[in-house]
Write a new protein. Sequence first.
Length: 248
Amino acid sequence: MYHFFVEPEQIAGKVISITGKDVNHIAHVLRMKPGEEIAVSNGRDGKEYRCQIERVTEEAVICTLLFIKEDGLELPARIYLFQALPKADKMELIIQKAVELGVYQVIPVAAKRSVVKLDGKKEAARVARWQGIAQAAAKQSRRRIIPEVSRVMSMQEAAAYAADMDCKLIPYELAEHMSRTRELIGQIQAGQQVAVFIGPEGGFDDSEIETAQAAGIVPITMGKRILRTETAGLTMLGWIMYQLEEEA
């Protein structure tokens, strides 16, 4: 079944209005007709609104609500991925896959060893593009929410943002004891906020590790092999998803 996102105000009682680019997609690409069913989410409340198309115009697709599904598709904890800016277009892949794995928010971090440097205009355009990728990935993976891609933060800002979260982890090549990594991930519980910090190519600078530790972010090992930045974050999210995922 096709799935679309709308703003909360587009759901008014039993009437749901779909506007924008999705109108053309529904009418001219999918060629859907009145009477067909679609799924709609507002990206906020975690619900799926199952509805039936009533009429299609050039400006809107008008639907009637049939029922609401609240089946717990989201992970029971909120996972925040603090991803240091990588080279080229790796961030797009990271965001896409992180959304598929259940991340709640992606925070780009301008680390000292990040090759990519973004000024005001470039940052705004890049974040807008990343948010579009997050939305598309949420739609494809049938998420009930659209994970937010935040503005780019410095390491100091990111550490402060994560300060009050329940579990804060930072893979670090000098960390040891995989048993400790397993223990910390095994302690993650439903209802918690979990921060995962991933460095750029070349890793975090020693001063950034010190900043992280001062904020209570715990260095951990991910094993004997060095992982690329686009591999490390997704691996961590996979481990956490495995820990949190409820029975299917």
